[in-house]
Design a protein around this ligand. Structure first.
Ligand code: APR
Length: 334
């Protein structure tokens, strides 16, 4: 694969691609980097990423907080920080608004989002144009019997940090929002959209992702040769920049997007669409006082765990392990 001597200068090249006639079909893949400006830390940025911030919780490994096999016996850390991750008080960023502007101009063919914050739709992107590959917070159910759990009880659990359990006395499994955890399958629609939308792309626009998590990370490699792949990110990601025609614009998403819209003459239209989206989001009124910061929520959970390396979750994990190991051997073990 010929390596691009040096990716062409960025914003003006991207603007030229967007001005093509006939209008290009843009397929976008977005990640946590487009929501950091909405005060949602990304996952892997050193120091500021969520995984670095979780150190005080003594997780076996940072991703455990979103791993189904850890969550089912130790859901406390997830619910300790849920209040800062649930999208009700988050506002769309300029980059989310730009995606809505592309949709308004009939340039946005489809978005694969890895984010669960729903901010693309809040910004005005039609739901028909979005696949939330890692699910979202819109609904929740018992991880064990899959029974749907009431929204208002879930809101209360998220605000108080109290772990919600299945209402069925015979089950009592942990309730989980419909986000895709490590160890779970992506929505069936992912493959269908990958097969139908990707081959129709005239431009692949990749925003704010490290491209470290499959299967979303394979999408930029799957677009047809000759389709320009545009990366807007603080750092390089995947193999974008290696194909002729690739464009890499390193920097803060919102800054690159603002410069791009100035170049296109769309800046005013973008700003008014963004302001409308922010106003439309409104403000969720927490019933349990001011929403604490993520750092504060992590500190409170760390205090609860205390110095002991073995948490209640470890105890439950051991019990489940022993139950399974001795099932049918010891009397009463089912
Ligand atoms: N502007 C541009 N790029 C940014 C910005 C910003 N304001 N903020 C962060 N970034 C970049 C980071 O440099 C990084 O390359 O965004 C990328 C975010 O990468 P990750 O933290 O790995 O997030 P993401 O790629 O979305 O992770 C994918 O991993 O843990 C799972 O399910 C989780 O959906 C998530 C998946």
């Amino acid at each position: 694969m010929s390596s691009n001597p040096s990716p062409p200068s960025n914003v003006s090249t991207i603007a030229t691609l967007l001005r093509a006639t006939p209008p290009p079909k843009i397929v976008a893949l977005v990640g946590a980097g487009i929501s950091t400006a909405a005060n949602v830390p990304d996952f892997r940025s050193v120091q500021t990423g969520l995984y670095a911030k979780l150190a005080p919780l003594k997780l076996p490994y940072p991703e455990a907080i979103f791993d189904i096999n850890f969550f089912k016996h130790t859901p406390e850390p997830f619910y300790a920080i849920a209040r800062a991750r649930k999208p009700r008080n988050l506002r769309p960023t300029l980059t989310h608004a730009f995606l809505a502007l592309l949709a308004k101009k009939n340039l946005l063919h489809f978005i694969f989002t890895q984010n669960i914050d729903g901010l693309e739709e809040d910004a005005g992107v039609p739901a028909s144009h979005i696949l939330a590959a890692h699910g979202n917070w819109k609904s929740q159910r018992c991880y064990r019997c899959k029974k749907v759990y009431p929204d208002e009880l879930m809101e209360n659990a998220i605000e108080t940090g109290e772990v919600p359990y299945c209402l069925d006395e015979g089950c009592r499994g942990v309730v989980k929002p419909d986000v895709v955890f490590f160890g779970q399958d992506l929505p069936k629609k992912f493959e269908e959209k990958e097969k139908t939308k990707l081959p129709e792309a005239d431009i692949m626009l990749v925003l704010g992702t490290s491209l470290k998590v499959a299967p979303c990370s394979r999408l930029p490699r799957s677009v047809r040769e000759g389709v320009p792949r545009v990366l807007v990110n603080l750092e390089s990601a995947g193999d974008i920049g290696n194909r002729d025609g690739d464009v890499v614009a390193l920097g803060q998403c919102d800054e690159v997007i603002r410069a791009l819209n100035e170049e296109l003459g769309w800046a005013e239209e973008l700003d008014s669409l963004w302001q409308e989206a922010i106003a439309a989001k409104g403000r969720y009124k927490d019933k349990h006082g001011e929403q604490p910061s993520l750092d504060e929520l992590i500190a409170r959970c760390a205090e609860k765990i205390g110095p002991k390396p073995v948490t209640d979750g470890h105890r439950r994990m051991l019990e489940e392990h022993l139950d399974a190991k001795y099932a049918g051997i010891l009397p009463g073990k089912v």
